[in-house]
Design a binder for this molecule. Structure first.
Ligand code: NCD
Length: 326
C-alpha cells in the first residue's frame, strides 16, 4: 500500500498548520499527505547519494531538554540531508541548568532567526508554549506524557509499508500507556486512519477514561493480543514514575512481556513494533525483537528519517515561498 487512500487539497490547504505540536487536530487526509510526502525520502535514503539542497540557507535548531538517541539523530540527519544548517542544543550543557525559564530560552532561540525549531521537553505542553512565542514553525519531538507526533507518523508509515490498509487493522499497544506520549499520538493517528485499537496495561499504568479515545482497554495481555495484526510494545517510563507502579520487572515480564509464546496468540502474520529504547527481557524478549520476518523495529528507525524530512520540508514551504504555499 504505497499510494494514498485519501485525496487532499492542493498547496498549503493540504497541510494548513504552522507547526506540528501533536496529532490531535490533524485531519486523516493531512496525516496521509505527510506519509505520501515521506515516500520520496524513503527512496532517496536508500541511495548512496542522499543530499538535496531544498532547505539550503535555512537554520534548524534541535532543542532537546530530555535525553534522546534516535529522535535527535534522525531529526539531525533529516535536516542535513535536505541541506539545512542544523544546530543541536543539549539542555544538560545549556543555560537551562543555570535556571533560565523556558520562555527566556524561547526568546533566545527566536532572536537567532531559526527557520524551524524541534523541541523535546519533559513537561507536557512545553512545546506549545514555545511555539506561541517564536516566529518559526516548531516540531514536537516529545513533550512529557502528551504527544510525540513524528513517532506516530513514522509508525503509520512503517505499518503502511508492511500491511495493506489501516482500515480494520487490529493493533494492540501494550505497556506503560499512562506515561506514554507514543501511545497517545499513535492512538490518535491510527484510530483516525481507521484501525481497531486495543490498549493493554496493568491497572496502575492505564489512564482513567481511556475508552473515550476510541480504544478497547485490557489488563490481560493474552486476551488483548488474540488475533492482533500489529503488536506495539512500550517501555516502562520509569523516569516519569514516582514510587512503584509494578511489583517487579520479573512479574511484569510474566504478565505483560512479549514472548514467542504470547506472539503465537496473535494473527499468524502479526508484526511487532517498538519505538525504542527497548528493555530486552522486560517488555520484549530478544528472540521476538530480532525476528527478521516479524519485527519492524529497524524499519521504524528508517521511516523516522523520511518522516522528519517530510515534516521539515512541508513546514518550511511557506517561509521558502514555495508556489501554492506562500
Ligand atoms: C520514545 C520517547 O522518547 O517517547 N522514544 C522515542 O522517541 N523513540 C519512547 C520511550 O522513551 O520509551
Amino acid at each position: 500500500m504505497r499510494s494514498s487512500a485519501t485525496s487532499y487539497p492542493e498547496g498549503s490547504a493540504a497541510f494548513p498548520h504552522r507547526g506540528l505540536v501533536g496529532i490531535a487536530g490533524l485531519a486523516p487526509h493531512e496525516i496521509m499527505f505527510l506519509l505520501d510526502e515521506a515516500e520520496q525520502w524513503v527512496d532517496l535514503n536508500r541511495h548512496a547519494q542522499k543530499h538535496r539542497d531544498l532547505l539550503s540557507g535555512l537554520t534548524i535548531i534541535n532543542a532537546f531538554f530530555e535525553n534522546s538517541t534516535r529522535t535527535l539523530l534522525s531529526f539531525e540527519i533529516a535536516g542535513k540531508r535536505l541541506g539545512a544548517d542544523v544546530v543541536n542544543m543539549h539542555a544538560a550543557t545549556s543555560s537551562v541548568k543555570k535556571g533560565e525559564t523556558l520562555l527566556d530560552t524561547a526568546a533566545t532561540l527566536n532572536a537567532m532567526h531559526a527557520d524551524a525549531i524541534v523541541i523535546r521537553h519533559a513537561s507536557s505542553g512545553a512545546v506549545q508554549l514555545i511555539g506561541d512565542k517564536v516566529d518559526c514553525p516548531v516540531l514536537n519531538a516529545g513533550d512529557g506524557q502528551h504527544e510525540h507526533p513524528t513517532q506516530a507518523l513514522l509508525d503509520a508509515l512503517t505499518i503502511r509499508h508492511a500491511k495493506r490498509a489501516f482500515n480494520g487493522l487490529r493493533v494492540v499497544i501494550c505497556g506503560d500507556i499512562l506515561h506514554s506520549r507514543v501511545a497517545r499520538s499513535n492512538i490518535l493517528s491510527l484510530s483516525s486512519l481507521g484501525a481497531d485499537i486495543r490498549v493493554c496495561a496493568p491497572p496502575a499504568l492505564m489512564p482513567v477514561g481511556i475508552e473515550a479515545m476510541n480504544v478497547a482497554p485490557f489488563h490481560n495481555f493474552d486476551a488483548a493480543i488474540a488475533g492482533a495484526d500489529v503488536v506495539m510494545m512500550l517501555r516502562l517510563q520509569n523516569e516519569r514514575m514516582q514510587g512503584d507502579f509494578i511489583p517487579s520487572p520479573r512479574e511484569y515480564r510474566h504478565l505483560y512481556g512479549l514472548t514467542l509464546d504470547r506472539l503465537s496468540l496473535a494473527s499468524p502474520d502479526a508484526l511487532v513494533m517498538h519505538p525504542g529504547p527497548m528493555n530486552r527481557g522486560i517488555e520484549i524478549d530478544s528472540n521476538v525483537a530480532d525476528m527478521v520476518e516479524r519485527s519492524l523495529i529497524t524499519l521504524q528507525v528508517e521511516m523516522g528519517v523520511a518522516i522528519r524530512m517530510a515534516c521539515l520540508d512541508v513546514l518550511t514551504r511557506r517561509a521558502r515561498g514555495v508556489e501554492g504555499w506562500a
